[in-house]
Write a protein of this length. Structure first.
Length: 315
């Protein structure tokens, strides 16, 4: 069923006995009481909404409904705005081009004009020109509940990771930074690129089992993130640990795969209360970036310290 079919529009624009639309504005629909494409300020607001919808999950921009009361008031004229005018206006403020469909629709004897904006296909839609206090250059706008706003960190990272799945890491970084420059949303992206990767797509190790005896310490881990290569195990508190670590590197440790290492105590016959360990795993992801994760425990139960450590330690 088409997004702009009569059936679909009747469902999302259901009205009550007071000629008001039942459903409120949300992340997928925005109401505008008037359509004035000739006024630059109004046009800038429309374009910003269109970009925000494209960067999120798509949605409807509906003209002819009061956005406060949701009352259907209709429009005096709808023929002055066509697809070419919308697209040309959009290209003057944003890149890449957006994909949309539009039509007039009669609801309780009132003419509405509706634009359906499709979700972006790959790279995010980014502003390339300022307009007053409405559009800020080099900014990614996103549709949040009932409004278009500058994108926030979680949604930016989601867009970045989804885009990255279709391209190489460097290609995506270069394309987005080329569009963004050094401003606004670009600063968030640059910070992410330098030292923050999304936790569910980076290597991450979870302690699963371990044991100790008077001679040695053994600890096993499961990789719950993406493919990794173990590089080293580093002792963090020598006076407490007193262990010589034996780390056998492995070419790849896939998600869900287990890896075990052991350490021999420097002093033979340590009692249970002295069998402690505090160490750091050094590993790299499939793109060659290196990370560390700290663990601490005793009697083989060496678990994460303050949760997973996802900071970048070397490029």
């Amino acid at each position: 069923m088409s997004e702009l079919s009569d059936y679909t529009l009747k469902q999302i624009l259901e009205v009550n006995d007071n000629d008001c639309v039942v459903y409120h504005e949300d992340t997928n629909i925005e109401f505008k009481s008037i359509l004035d494409w000739e006024a630059k300020e109004s046009k800038a607001k429309y374009l910003k909404e269109i970009a925000a919808f494209a960067n999120s999950n798509g949605g409807y921009l509906v003209f002819g409904i009061d956005n406060e009361t949701r009352k259907v008031i209709g429009l005096q004229k709808t023929k002055d705005v066509d697809s070419k005018l919308i697209l040309d206006s959009f290209r003057s403020y944003f890149t890449p081009a957006v994909r949309f469909s539009s039509r007039t629709f009669k609801l309780i004897n009132n003419d509405l004009f509706i634009i359906y904006i499709y979700k972006r296909e790959s790279l995010p839609i980014i502003s390339i020109k300022d307009y007053a206090n409405i559009i800020e250059i080099s900014t990614i706008y996103y549709r949040y509940s009932g409004e278009a706003s500058k994108i926030r960190y979680p949604e930016l990272i989601e867009i970045f990771n989804n885009t990255r799945s279709e391209n190489t890491y460097k290609e995506v970084i270069n394309k987005i930074i080329e569009l963004l420059g050094d401003k606004s949303s670009a600063n968030i992206l640059l910070e992410f690129e330098s030292n923050k990767r999304k936790i569910d797509v980076m290597p991450e190790f979870k302690w699963i089992q371990g044991m100790s005896n008077p001679e040695m310490f053994n600890s096993g881990y499961e990789n719950i993130g993406e493919r990794a290569t173990i590089l080293d195990v580093v002792e963090l508190e020598e006076n407490m640990v007193n262990i010589n670590y034996h780390c056998k590197t492995k070419k790849h440790i896939e998600k869900g795969e287990e890896w075990t290492f052991y350490g021999t105590y420097k002093k033979f016959g340590l009692p249970n209360h002295q069998r402690k360990a505090h160490f750091r795993l050094i590993f790299q992801d499939k793109d060659g970036r290196k990370y560390s994760q700290d663990f601490k425990g005793d009697n083989g139960a060496a678990k994460e310290v303050d949760g997973p450590k996802d900071f970048l330690i070397e490029n």
